[in-house]
Design a protein around this ligand. Structure first.
Ligand code: ADP
Length: 171
């Protein structure tokens, strides 16, 4: 296997995850799977960055303007931890570890299934944003775009090896 299949994805521990003290446990799930952290930062996003991340043309079209507005407000409501993970076809692997978007439907063993529980119906009736702890890019193209929203090129640090890397990347 060559290096072609090694890709990157963008993750955010959203403000609910940070406030609940879950950053370490969430990161451990990815590290345990052999994924390599190649960038990381904590910040309180401003509205401009949140709007660039949750693109109106994507979210408002799929879920409606009210959901988009609540999401943007929620993302700016406190610190987030942004990080980039690298691994073999990593985008679907990370989405699998996160579990489905709605916590109530996320299977046990996933981040959302184990650490959250509420439904879209509940969050929408409460006019809040669904508390699903984490964001992870949905496609390679989305990952490339989202990495550029949160990181400068020079903030990506790939010049190190994990000590178990040879067990994950077969050459
Ligand atoms: P994902 O983050 O799993 O890729 P989407 O891109 O479809 O999911 O949605 C972005 C975010 O919008 C979700 O993480 C979730 O917080 C919120 N969201 C999605 N659908 C709904 C909905 N029907 N009601 C409320 N919030 C929603």
């Amino acid at each position: 296997m060559g290096t072609r299949e090694i890709t990157r994805t963008l993750c955010l521990v959203k403000p609910d995850g940070v406030r609940r003290g879950l950053v370490g446990r969430i990161l451990t799930r990815f590290e345990d799977a052999g994924l390599k952290i190649v960038a990381m930062k904590m910040l309180v996003p401003d509205e401009e960055r949140a709007r660039r991340h949750y693109r109106y043309e994507d979210i408002a079209v799929r879920h409606g303007e009210a959901v988009w507005n609540r999401l943007v407000q929620f993302l700016c409501s406190g610190p987030v931890v942004a990080f980039v993970l690298e691994g073999v076809d990593v985008v679907p692997v990370v989405r699998k570890l996160c579990g489905s978007t709605e916590p109530a439907s996320a299977p046990p063993g996933t981040i959302r299934g184990d650490f959250a529980h509420h439904t879209y119906e509940y969050s929408n009736s409460a006019q809040g944003s669904v508390r699903n702890l984490i964001h992870a890019s949905a496609t390679d193209e989305e990952a490339a775009y989202e990495i550029s929203v949160w990181f400068l090129k020079e903030e990506l640090v790939s010049g190190y090896k994990r000590s178990d890397e040879a067990e994950h990347y077969l050459s």
